[in-house]
Design a protein around this ligand. Structure first.
Ligand code: ADP
Ligand code: MG
Ligand code: MG
Length: 417
């Protein structure tokens, strides 16, 4: 996808600002609890996460070493030429490995067919997501300062992102000599124990970092065992990527709250940083805003209705959005607090080749662009705060949703123009 340099540079500049913002918001437990208080009544998954968070507040749990591996997703709004944030992921941040692979593939193809295509392979922006995420995990492991400790990658029971995780694991072992162990939440519940000093031990190995590649969806908690595992992890001294507070900062409800007037000012000091962050916010509203709800019922095509879910395939669009809003309004129930409304972004469409299972179709397509970030901090010392490569996903312009594994979008890479 040919992609203008200005947006690329803008998104790179935003990455460390969002990393810092996530961290600052995560420290304000009251803000998280209050903002999500009504959502909690309406959504049992958010409630369970908040319960763990409030338990940690009660025992005054401090996370001295914080590791955030994030992905901030954007679309360019065709009407205004603005780069707008779709969402900020603090836990559901897959495809770092796949994104690197597809960039290499595209660069190779352009190199092989340079004469026919007339394109310069160096226009394909290289992707450093795996090496930089591995570096961040290894640095966190080093901060934990126990040579015997391992990095646990928490995975789903039926994992579809195994190659992302595999590449990270290989990089950690080959480049840093760090051992990783793959475990599901259920396995952690059985095999994990907490030593009196707070050390999490799994199968006899102390754990330095818990890298959660599962745990962001209600499906990841089919029984109480998985919730006990999440609590065990949170109570331990292992570095959590993310901590429960970082996880909650990534909810759609917090995104909507941060977009309100004067809220960013609570967390960021520098005026020009605040301006840069605010500039990429699309319209975001709570359903308590009746005039917006009325507009959305009238023109549902201009909005997206979002529950507090991750992983794609959960949003509500079009007629479905209208009907849902009418039902929620009529019910007069608390259920409205489970959702937020967002301005629908319409990126400029262009003809693209989309290949799935070896079959290529040419379609009018739009792209969503995510920038990975890494943030590592030990007490007052910020060790890493950087952008870490990108994910470009392209989908038919006629589609609403956009996940790759969800079956809608295609992996792509950026050709800077
Ligand atoms: P999730 O956390 O499940 O990934 P998202 O907010 O990213 O939720 O929404 C899923 C997909 O829906 C996005 O990848 C994008 O394709 C589409 N989408 C979300 N918000 C908007 C929006 N405001 N305008 C247009 N499309 C959107
Ligand atoms: Mg998400
Ligand atoms: Mg998303």
């Amino acid at each position: 996808m040919s992609f203008p340099k200005v947006y690329w540079e803008q998104a790179l500049e935003l990455a460390p600002l969002f990393n810092e913002l996530v961290h600052r918001v995560s420290l304000d437990g009251e803000f998280l609890q209050q903002t999500l208080a009504r959502t909690k009544e309406a959504d049992s998954f958010t409630r369970r996460l908040l319960e763990i968070h409030s338990k940690m507040m009660e025992i005054n749990k401090k996370e001295e070493i914080q590791l955030g591996l994030t992905r901030s997703d954007y679309m360019v709004d065709g009407a205004t030429d603005r780069l707008l944030q779709v969402e900020l992921n603090t836990i559901s941040t897959s495809s770092n490995g796949l994104a690197c692979g597809v960039c290499e593939l595209h660069r190779n193809l352009i190199r092989h067919h340079e004469r026919e295509l007339g394109l310069d392979p160096s226009g394909v922006v290289g992707n450093t997501a795996i090496t930089q995420h591995a570096e961040a995990l290894a640095s966190a492991w080093a901060e934990y300062n126990n040579q015997r400790a391992v990095v646990v990658v928490v995975v789903q029971a039926e994992e579809r992102y195994m190659y992302d995780q595999y590449w990270i694991t290989v990089a950690l072992r080959e480049m840093y000599g760090v051992t990783t162990v793959r475990k599901t939440m259920a396995e952690i519940e059985v095999e994990g124990e907490l030593r009196p000093d707070g050390t999490l031990v799994i199968n006899g190995s102390p754990v330095a970092v818990v890298y959660l590649r599962a745990g962001y969806s209600p499906n990841d908690y089919p029984s109480e065992a998985e919730w006990r595992a999440r609590l065990l992890i949170e109570r331990s001294s292992a570095i959590k990527c993310p901590s429960i507070a970082h996880h909650l900062v990534g909810t759609k409800k917090i995104q909507q709250e941060l977009a309100k007037e004067n809220v960013l000012e609570r967390f960021l000091d520098n005026k020009s940083d605040i301006e840069k962050v605010r500039k990429c916010f699309a319209g975001l509203w709570s359903l308590e805003n009746d005039s917006i709800v009325r507009s959305a019922i009238e023109s549902p095509e201009l909005f997206v209705l979002k529950p507090q879910r991750e992983g794609g395939g959960n949003n509500i669009y079009g007629d479905n959005l209208r009907e849902t809003l009418i039902r929620l309004r009529r019910g007069g129930s608390n259920e409205i607090a489970a959702y937020i409304l967002m301005q629908r972004i319409f990126p400029p469409a262009s003809l693209s080749y989309l290949v799935r299972e070896g079959i290529c179709v040419r379609e009018n397509a739009v792209s969503e662009f995510g920038v990975f970030g890494a943030y590592l901090r030990n007490k007052d010392k910020v060790i890493i705060n950087d952008q870490c490569g990108y994910l470009l996903r392209t989908k038919a312009a006629s589609l609403n949703e956009g996940g790759v594994v969800a079956g809608f979008a295609f992996l792509n890479c950026i050709f800077l123009s």
